[in-house]
Design a protein around this ligand. Structure first.
Ligand code: NAG
Ligand code: NAG
Length: 368
């Protein structure tokens, strides 16, 4: 009966009635992509997803396609059945640097028009890096046709060698958010000689020109490395930023967070560690979303690379509990709130040390 209802809804959608398929039962992990043996590296990393307002889901990740296929690109896969099955859809290829789109893609749907792009147009920010890893360039691409074709829009930030050691000067890990008629790009930043790594943002009003670099998280100890920003708006009008913190007293890459009324002023707040009620401190490559489900405050859901669990707060970040998931660990898992907002989709690639048959990109739907 659920299937019958789904097909009916799909045909309505095809004639223009807005009705998105929603999977009522949790599923996964289901395989989105399994890298063939002839790939340069038989691995996938840093998978990111998008839940479209039209109900479609998109996913992308770091790709290690054979050299014969040209520079690396970000594959775009699509699901029209709420994430249970996926097929190849399009690619985001480097159109300006001649280096390829190599690391750390991020997908976004514009919630409002900006810079000649309309509400519902799609954006992808990612790190364009040449094969010798000599430069890093966070670039913005856009699609006006539901993600079928992509066009270069602007350079956001550029840095030095793509090597994550202190003293190098790369930029990493873009995250986009629309706020007050501007688009914000948060990212990790090794260019400031005072810090091994800090986290910064820039804003644009037209997607073409980007404003000054503003610091969001930086620690006075040079060796400390906060990184991997993601941000969500909370129902009381504040914003939460989670990040990994190499330098934390609780252990390397412990997950920390800041809450700020102004998402452009995280720099004036002090980060705190995220321990659930059982005392376990998650670490590495966090990702957060907020969903209205779970009570009057909704739920903040945080993922981290150190555990297959997710970490949930129903009191706006005061306290946290763990919830088990069936999604495998990966570098890094991403979260999206589904149309049924009690459901969260976890999309991840392989583990950071992985290579070989365990490196599928997978999707898992959980109930929070
Ligand atoms: C890699 O293998 C796949 C099948 O697994 C094949 O379709 C593709 O053409 C191969 N690519 C290259 C460059 O050999
Ligand atoms: C909502 O969050 C506030 C602030 O943390 C808290 O005092 C309150 O108890 C929460 N409400 C519920 C229903 O958990």
């Amino acid at each position: 009966m659920i299937r019958l209802a789904f097909y009916l809804l799909s045909s309505l959608a095809a004639i223009g009635v807005s009705a998105a398929p929603v999977s009522k039962t949790d599923f996964g992990p289901v395989v989105i992509f399994d890298p063939p043996a002839n790939y340069t590296a038989q691995r996938t990393l840093y998978a990111r997803s998008l839940v479209r307002t039209n109900g479609d889901l998109l996913a992308t990740w770091e790709n290690y396609s054979p050299a014969a296929d040209g520079n690396p690109y970000f594959p775009i896969y699509k699901s029209k059945d709420g994430g249970e099955t996926w097929s190849p859809y399009s690619k985001v290829e480097d159109q300006v640097n001649g280096w390829g789109m190599r690391y750390q893609p991020f997908l976004y749907e514009l919630p409002s028009s900006i810079g000649g792009y309309k509400k519902g147009d799609l954006l992808l920010a990612g790190n364009s890096i040449p094969e010798d890893l000599s430069k890093t360039q966070i670039d913005l691409y856009a699609s006006r046709d539901q993600g079928q074709t992509w066009t270069f829009v602007s350079h956001i930030a550029n840095g030095g060698r793509a090597i994550p050691n202190n003293g190098e000067t790369p930029v990493w890990e873009p995250f986009l958010m629309y706020h007050n008629n501007q688009l914000v790009c948060y990212y990790s930043d090794q260019r400031d000689p005072s810090y091994g790594q800090k986290m910064s943002h820039q804003v644009t009003s037209d997607l073409a020109t980007w404003g000054p670099v503003v610091t969001d998280v930086a620690y006075p100890t040079y060796d400390f490395r906060p990184g991997m920003p993601t941000v969500s708006e909370l129902p009381d009008g504040t914003y939460i930023m989670t990040y990994e913190f190499y330098g934390a007293t609780e252990g390397a890459f412990s997950v920390y967070y800041k809450i700020s009324a102004d998402p452009l002023a995280f720099g004036s707040h002090t980060g705190v560690v995220l321990p659930p009620t059982d005392g376990y401190v998650p670490s590495s490559s966090p990702y957060n979303v907020w969903t209205p489900a779970g009570g009057s405050n909704g739920s903040i859901v945080v993922d981290a690379g150190s555990s297959t669990d997710v970490f949930i707060s129903t009191d706006l970040g005061k306290s946290w509990v763990r919830q088990a998931t069936s999604a495998p660990e990966s570098y890094t898992r991403s979260l999206r709130v589904m149309k049924d907002d009690s459901k969260v989709l976890i999309v991840g690639g392989g583990p950071i040390t992985g290579d070989g048959s365990t490196n599928e990109v997978t999707a898992t739907q959980i109930t929070v």
